[in-house]
Design a protein around this ligand. Structure first.
Ligand code: ADP
Length: 337
C-alpha cells in the first residue's frame, strides 16, 4: 500500500451459496468498493468454527462463497480474495491482541450473549474471542476502512478500542480502522422476516429460473388481498418492494394494476421472477463457467492467500517487534535440521 492510500478489509462468512439479501446488502457493495480502494476480502472459515461442530462442508462452502463473489464481479487480479485459514499469521496476531483485550468487555458484546444463549452446550472460548479475531482480520493488513452498516458500528468500535490499547501500550503500530458506512437495504424474506439462510426464507443468487419462481411463489403479499379481485396495497407488500430492487421500471405500472386488481399476486410474482432472472442471468452464467473449473477457483484463493501473506508476515513482524518478541527466529525455525 502506498503512503496515504486507503485499504479496505471485509470478512465474508462462508455460509455456502449466498442469497439475494447477501447480494444487495453486502456483495454488491464489495464489488463497488474495488473502484475506489485497494480491497482485501477474506472468506472467514475460522470464524465458522465457533458455531459449527459439523465441518464436513466447510471447504465446499468456502468455494461456493468464492464462486458467488467472483461471479458478482470481485476482480482477483487486483483485489486480494482468500480463505482466512490459509493465512496462519492471523492466529498469532489474534493471540497477541487477546493480551490487550479486557475479558469483561468481550463478555458484554450483545452478539456473544445471543450466541451463548443459542448454543448453551457450546459456549466456547472462540465465541468470546470472536471480536478479537475480527480485529486481527482487519489490522493484519493495516486496513483503515471497513465497510459496515449502521448496526455493526459497535463491533467496529470494539476493534478500534483494541487497536488504541495496543498502540498505547506498545507504540503506534496500527491505524485505527474507520467505518466505510454503507446504506444497504434490509431485504425481507418470503415470510416477511429478515431474509436469512437460517430462516429458510431466502433465494440463492445462483438459483435456477424455476427455483426462483418456486421460491417467490411462496412470498407473503398484502394480507387483505384475499381474492383475486380484491384491490391490493403495494406499500405493505414485500413482493412490490423486491420489484424496486430488480425491476424498478415496472413499479409504476404494478402499483396501479395491483390497486385496481387488474393483476393478481401470482401475475406480480411471475413478473418479479422474470426480473430477478434477468438481473442475475449474467452472474449465474459466469458462475456456471467458473464452477466448471473448481481447480481454477482454488488457485485464485491460493494466489490471494499468497499475496495476503506477504502483507501479513510484514505486519506480524512489526507487531512482534513492538511487543518485545523476536520478529523472526532463523536458527530455531529449522528444528528438524
Ligand atoms: P444470513 O443471515 O443469511 O446467515 P449473513 O449473516 O451471513 O447472512 O450475512 C452476510 C452479510 O450479508 C451481512 O453482513 C449483511 O450485510 C448481508 N445480509 C444478510 N442478510 C441480509 C438481508 N436480509 N438484507 C440485507 N443484507 C443482508
Amino acid at each position: 500500500m502506498q503512503q496515504g492510500q486507503d485499504r479496505v478489509f471485509a470478512g465474508i462468512r462462508c455460509t455456502g451459496r449466498q442469497h439475494i439479501g447477501n447480494y444487495l446488502g453486502a456483495i454488491q457493495n464489495f464489488v463497488a468498493l474495488q473502484d475506489k480502494y485497494e480491497c482485501v476480502y477474506s472468506i472467514v472459515d475460522l470464524h465458522s468454527l465457533t458455531t459449527l461442530t459439523d465441518t464436513e462442508e466447510l471447504q465446499d462452502n468456502v468455494r461456493e462463497t468464492a464462486l458467488d463473489l467472483l461471479a458478482s464481479g470481485i476482480r482477483p487480479e487486483e483485489t486480494i480474495l482468500y480463505a482466512q485459514s490459509h493465512v496462519p499469521e492471523i492466529s498469532e496476531l489474534h493471540l497477541l491482541l487477546s493480551m490487550v483485550t479486557p475479558i469483561g468487555r468481550l463478555m458484554n458484546v450483545p452478539t456473544f450473549k445471543e450466541k451463548a444463549k443459542a448454543q448453551p452446550e457450546n459456549v466456547n472460548y472462540g465465541l468470546v474471542g470472536y471480536p478479537v479475531l475480527q480485529t486481527a482480520d482487519i489490522v493484519l493488513y493495516r486496513a483503515n476502512k471497513v465497510p459496515v452498516g449502521e448496526d455493526q458500528l459497535p463491533h467496529l468500535e470494539l476493534a478500534r478500542e483494541i487497536v488504541r490499547r495496543f498502540n498505547n501500550i506498545f507504540g503506534d503500530t496500527f491505524p485505527e480502522p474507520e467505518a466505510e458506512l454503507t446504506s444497504a437495504p434490509m431485504v425481507l424474506g418470503f415470510d416477511n422476516r429478515k431474509m436469512s439462510k437460517s430462516y429458510g426464507n431466502s433465494l440463492d443468487m445462483a438459483a435456477t429460473p424455476e427455483e426462483t419462481f418456486q421460491a417467490i411463489r411462496t412470498a407473503i403479499t398484502d394480507p387483505q388481498r384475499v381474492r383475486r379481485n380484491d384491490p391490493g396495497r403495494p406499500e405493505v407488500c414485500n413482493v412490490y418492494t423486491l420489484h424496486g430492487f430488480f425491476g424498478p421500471e415496472n413499479q409504476p405500472k404494478i402499483n396501479s394494476a395491483c390497486r385496481s386488481a387488474e393483476i393478481g399476486c401470482v401475475d406480480c410474482k411471475k413478473m418479479l421472477s422474470e426480473s430477478v432472472n434477468d438481473y442475475f442471468g449474467p452472474i449465474r452464467a459466469r458462475r456456471e463457467e467458473l464452477s466448471a473449473n473448481p481447480e481454477a477457483v482454488d488457485e485464485i484463493l491460493i494466489d490471494g492467500a499468497r499475496r495476503a501473506r506477504v502483507i501479513a508476515s510484514e505486519v506480524l513482524a512489526d507487531v512482534k517487534d513492538a511487543v518485545g518478541l523476536p520478529a523472526s527466529l532463523p536458527e530455531m525455525a529449522n528444528v528438524n535440521a
